[in-house]
Write a protein that binds this ligand. Structure first.
Ligand SMILES: [Zn+2]
Length: 512
């Protein structure tokens, strides 16, 4: 009978890729096969396509039908190619006029009743289509708002297959095309981030969070249960600047793949906050799963904050696996089908009790742990991870006086200082591959251009001489001192700034 062609989009990692869909309807024994590296769900498309087409009064002819998806080198995962496959096949069967669908991208799963069902990952898919110069994208009606987050492409929502066929027939005859009414998606309003003013007392903890936000330093909070470690960590994203266009698009694409987008008013502009449970599996943290490889917590926290509460309770393998993402800003998930790479530039916040019973600091008499238990607990966090963490502070249980005291500064006030400090850093490090103090390599800060002079680093030098501070520790203090100076609006760190930096990274009770 003939050949039909159209296009679709697949997802690999957090990137979409264009797929050419070709359907050949020939005489011969009835058969319907999909070739071109399709996974199980994709290879089952013929069953769904046949039923959906029959129930839409456009049955697929009982011929030999061969569908080819290219490029053949990339695995096509899931049921999102159904709509393109049925459209190409109906063109080959002369049910849809030729010449109107070749350059259109079709995305959607078919229900057996002929409905067009939503799929995950619309944002990266439509981004890929737009980048390839595609002008028209047909998407499931339930995905329309998500698809429209991407600029530069005309989005055509469709609810049922028969209605799509009717629109293409009308289009070929140049009759006005029926537009599909879209359901009002229930909008979940963005909750405002929790405010720093809610944190009572915790002078050092609040300062640590502000400095962490200003310089993008990783943070480690140690204190007894109920001291407010989680409260502090949850308030870090609110102190961070809004995401720029590129970052917002990346974060929105990741949410789209995970199916967690709740607001379609625009791109995700606030840095995400992700707090996996300590029992979480390796795929949940790093990424994985069967079928479509889904991003893990590290990628959900891309351009935001990854908070690991009760960090020593995480599986040792999981903590070790964090090393590469922290260093490189991406993670590679190894799969039989080939490696999948996800971005994950996150700010890490660890929290821990001082010992297994949680009472090991302050009134140490209350601690019931044996020295062996304490040592084993503190040894669970590996040196290479702790080496990357610039700020390590103790968060004591708030005193009664603090509870009755004045509320501290609000998120809004502190964020203004953070944004000013970020601006200073962008200027200082312009032309370099980093824009925040937290990512500056130590040798740069010890180089002639940024050396502080022995008058200002005397405390640090003494700590090194006494063996209390490693060279890495020295560099971390320098990074912090620069952020402290930036927050205060000083051109370079004073001796007091260096002293404060040193106090913000004393190894707390945990490693004692
Ligand atoms: Zn204890």
């Amino acid at each position: 009978m003939g050949l039909g062609r159209t296009r679709s989009v697949g997802v690999r990692g957090v990137e979409g890729f264009l797929v050419e869909v070709e359907s050949d309807v020939a005489s011969g024994l009835p058969a319907f096969t999909v070739s071109g590296r399709a996974d199980a769900a994709c290879a089952q498309a013929p069953d769904r396509v046949r039923a959906a087409a029959a129930n839409s009064q456009h049955p697929i002819p009982a011929r030999r039908i061969t569908v080819n998806l290219s490029p053949a080198s990339v695995l096509k995962v899931g049921s999102g190619f159904d709509l393109a496959i049925v459209v190409a096949t109906l063109v080959a069967a002369r049910e849809i006029p030729t010449g109107v669908v070749e350059d259109v991208v079709h995305i959607g799963e078919l229900g057996l009743d002929g409905s067009v069902r939503p799929v995950r990952g619309l944002v990266p898919m439509v981004v890929a289509a737009a980048k390839a110069g595609v002008r028209h994208v047909v998407v499931p009606v339930a995905n329309a708002r998500e698809a429209r987050l991407v600029a530069g492409v005309q989005v055509h929502p469709v609810a049922r297959l028969d209605e799509l066929v009717a629109r293409y027939r009308a289009l070929a005859k140049r009759r006005p095309v029926l537009e599909v009414p879209e359901p009002d998606a229930a909008l979940v309003p963005d909750r405002p981030p929790p405010d720093l003013a809610d944190v009572v007392g915790q002078t050092e903890g609040r300062l640590a969070v502000e400095i962490a936000a200003a310089g993008a330093h990783h943070l480690y909070l140690v204190g007894p249960p109920g001291a407010g470690k989680s409260m502090l960590a949850e308030r870090l994203p609110g102190l961070l600047p809004e995401l720029d266009d590129q970052q917002a698009m990346e974060v929105t694409a990741i949410s789209s793949i995970l199916g967690t987008l709740t607001s379609f008013d625009g791109l995700c502009r606030r840095p995400p906050f992700v707090a996996p449970h300590h029992g979480a599996s390796m795929p949940a943290i790093i990424g994985g799963g069967s079928g479509l490889v889904l991003p893990g917590a590290v990628t959900q926290a891309h351009h935001g904050v990854l908070f690991l509460d009760e960090a020593p309770e995480f599986r040792p393998g999981v903590m070790q696996a964090l090393r590469q993402p922290i260093e490189s800003g991406h993670v590679v998930v190894a799969r039989a089908i080939g490696n999948v790479r996800f971005p994950c530039e996150f700010q890490l916040v660890l929290a821990a009790n001082p010992c297994p019973c949680g009472m090991g600091s302050g009134k140490a008499a209350a601690c019931s742990c044996s020295p062996i238990q304490q040592r084993r607990y503190s040894g669970r966090l590996s040196g290479p991870i702790l080496d990357r963490i610039d700020i390590q502070v103790h968060v004591p249980a708030p005193s009664r006086a603090a509870l009755l005291g004045e509320p501290g500064e609000s998120t809004e006030v502190v964020r203004a200082r953070v944004e000013a400090a970020r601006g200073t850093q962008r200027e200082r490090w312009s032309g370099r591959p980093y824009a925040v103090n937290g990512r500056v390599p130590g040798p740069v800060l010890r180089s002639e251009a940024f050396r502080l002079g022995s008058g200002r680093t005397a405390d640090l030098d003494r700590a090194v001489d006494r063996g209390l501070l490693s060279l890495r520790g020295y560099d971390r203090c320098l990074r912090l001192a620069w952020t402290i100076a930036d927050l205060a609006g000083r051109i370079s760190p004073s001796r007091d700034d260096v002293g404060l930096a040193l106090s913000l990274r004393h190894q707390p009770a945990l490693a004692a």
